[in-house]
Design a protein around this ligand. Structure first.
Ligand SMILES: [Fe+2]
Ligand SMILES: [Fe+2]
Length: 205
């Protein structure tokens, strides 16, 4: 394995898997494994480092099953800045909290991987290619409903042009539609992120 900045030699893909497995249910673990595999696949098709993509996939949901109260107390302990919506919908911060946890517990300081873990739920402006790959792999893992998965997969066009930005826009639009249908609170960062990818798409026309 080549050397990567900010990734201790002990942090292999196997070590990441072993870190996550005891923290989540069997069902969640299957999702995580699916995301790690899919992230590698998208990375290989889009010129992103497949090891970093798979590593981000393995670690992205490390805190998915931490209870809301605990997520808030971990965030406060880590000194994270929280938006009021983060406190109201604490599950939205399972990514950023996982990034801090990986830094503390695994010695992971590679900023690209930390950002990819942190941004996988709400997105960000801008996003690195690695972060987009992780976000999309999370959307495309096989247990996701087909009505969500297929349009994102079509926009991504893995066997053809491979368009991460177009797939991001489709994924964000569908995600927002689902939040509205479920009468859920929308985090302003997701709206900013969606507008960012919309403007990118418009500037290409
Ligand atoms: Fe997640
Ligand atoms: Fe996930």
């Amino acid at each position: 394995m080549p050397k990567y900045e900010g990734i201790p030699e002990t942090l292999t893909l196997k070590a990441a898997r072993q870190f996550v497995e005891p923290r989540v249910s069997e069902k969640r673990f299957a999702h995580i494994e699916g995301v790690a595999k899919f992230a590698k696949k998208i990375a290989e098709a889009s010129g992103v480092d497949p090891f970093l993509a798979e590593l981000s996939g393995w670690l992205h949901d490390a805190c998915k099953q931490v209870k809301d109260k605990e997520l808030i107390s971990m965030a406060d302990q880590f000194g994270m800045q929280l938006h009021p919506v983060d406190r109201q919908q604490a599950r939205l911060i399972h990514g950023p909290v996982a990034a801090y946890l990986c830094r503390e517990e695994l010695g992971l300081t590679n900023q690209d991987v930390l950002d990819a873990i942190a941004e996988h739920t709400l997105g960000n402006v801008p996003m690195s290619e690695l972060s987009k790959v992780t976000f999309l792999a999370d959307c495309l893992e096989e247990s996701r409903p087909d009505s969500y998965r297929q349009p994102v997969l079509d926009a991504l066009d893995l066997g053809g042009s491979v368009n991460l930005n177009k797939a991001m826009l489709v994924a964000l639009d569908l995600g927002l539609q689902m939040l509205i249908a479920d009468k859920n609170v929308i985090h302003p960062r997701t709206v900013e992120c969606r507008n960012y990818f919309l403007n990118l798409a418009r500037s290409k026309n």
